[in-house]
Design a binder for this molecule. Structure first.
Ligand code: CP3
Length: 373
């Protein structure tokens, strides 16, 4: 229970659950491999979980999932808790990720959003002008997100691994609000950002408040770690990221850090942004497969835990190929205690669940990393 004892570095967060009551699950799970690796302490084995581990790749998910919007499924705490647990049972992963979605807080404040199967988030009336800020009222989690808190409470009674709470980061949420749907270019988003920086920062401020409030409520309800998904921030140049996004990410982590739980920060294609991803205040940085772990460690300054970074598409290849790539990632990590094995983005729906089960088994067998500190 003495965080930091075996650590070769001092991460910003060295305690677990400092602001949380004595009954919070993070205390009971303080020595779990996932939480130890997040704190940079040597875990008993290399922990592994998969982004989008719950969902369409699992037949048991497809059979539970109702027709219609995923948001209706998320609104049912019993069902959402069961879906969260499905991959934990099947794969033996070291952490659970709450079954919810980044657009849930937007829906909860009545912004008018749905998630269309095969498409993604679609907005009824996209964000365009100053007047649209009024449609982004503060969220009251105990009222607006009571169903999410209820899901978390069911889960933490049943799980024996840490639960990760999450929210979308302001840039990624803004990209949906402004474009109205998934985009390849983020053209409208960037045009608004560059032409009207005042409005942009006010929009980002509102969205940052939404991220903080929803994540905090999940942690207070029992989540032991958090992840901020800035999935699409990699679309920005480092200069634009520094000016238009970083201040907001930094505020989010500042406001969440008193909770004392590990704080992960993930985006796709963020190789050129990684130093800022760490600088924003995260204690864990999630990376995609485009740069190797050793290079990512250099770019993040060696102070944070790294999460990643198997290409999800590799999991569609044959097992010997997958196994080779898994081993290569462990080699790139070179025995560093601060590594959480993961995919570089979400599980692809066509993935054979048995491949993922074998990945978990292999990562567990190969760890704890062989060559010491
Ligand atoms: O195991 C898990 O990760 C489940 C929880 C989860 C979901 N969405 C459920 C979901 C999480 C952590 C998310 C985050 C999320 N949602 C992100 C950030 C992570 C990332 O992938 O970059 C983003 C960008 C979204 C928005 C979103 N929601 C998209 C792009 C889609 C896919 C649309 C499609 O059908 O291809 C969704 C839908 C969604 N959210 C599904 C799941 C399991 C699949 C659709 C379904 O079951 O209807």
């Amino acid at each position: 229970m003495t965080p930091g004892k075996s650590a070769a570095r001092s991460a910003p967060v060295r305690t677990t659950g400092s602001a949380l009551g004595p009954d919070h699950p993070s205390h009971r799970l303080v020595d779990s491999p996932y939480l130890r690796a997040c704190r940079g302490e040597r875990p008993s084995r290399v922990p592994v979980w998969f982004q989008r581990q719950a969902g369409r790749s699992l037949p048991e998910y497809r059979s539970l999932r109702r027709e219609g919007s995923i948001l209706d499924t998320i609104a049912d705490p019993e069902l959402s808790a069961e879906i969260t647990m499905q991959p934990v049972r099947r794969y033996g992963v070291d952490a659970a990720i709450l079954y919810s979605d980044i657009v849930v807080p937007l829906q909860a404040i009545g912004f008018g959003v749905d998630v269309v199967p095969g498409v993604g988030p679609v907005i009824d009336r996209p964000f365009e002008t100053e007047a649209d800020l009024d449609r982004l009222r503060p969220v009251e989690p105990d009222v607006d997100l009571a169903h999410v808190e209820a899901t978390v409470r069911i889960l933490v009674d049943e799980l024996d691994v840490p639960l990760i709470g999450f929210a979308g980061a302001p840039f990624t949420l803004a990209s949906y609000l402004v474009e109205g749907r998934p985009s390849r270019t983020y053209g409208r988003t960037k045009a608004l950002m560059l032409d009207n920086p005042g409005l942009w920062h006010r929009l980002m401020d509102r969205l940052a408040d939404l991220s903080v409030a929803s994540i905090r409520s999940q942690v207070l309800a029992g989540a032991s770690a958090l992840q901020l998904f800035d999935s699409w921030a990699g679309a920005l140049s480092p200069r634009d990221y520094a000016e238009f996004v970083l201040p907001h990410s930094r505020r989010i982590f500042n406001e969440l850090s008193p909770l004392g739980v590990p704080m992960a920060h993930f985006g796709v294609g963020t190789g050129e942004l990684l130093s800022m991803f760490a600088e924003a205040g995260a204690t864990v940085v999630g990376i995609d497969w485009r740069i190797p772990l050793d290079e990512a460690r250099r770019r993040t300054g060696g102070q944070v835990t790294l999460q990643g970074n198997l290409d999800p598409a590799v999991c569609l290849a044959s097992w010997p190929t997958v196994a080779r790539r898994v081993r290569r990632i462990l080699q790139d990590n070179d025995g560093h205690p601060g590594h959480v094995f993961n995919l570089g983005h979400g599980v692809l729906p066509e993935t054979d669940p048995d491949i993922l089960r074998r990945v978990v088994e292999l990562v567990h067998q190969e760890g704890p990393a062989s060559n010491g500190d």
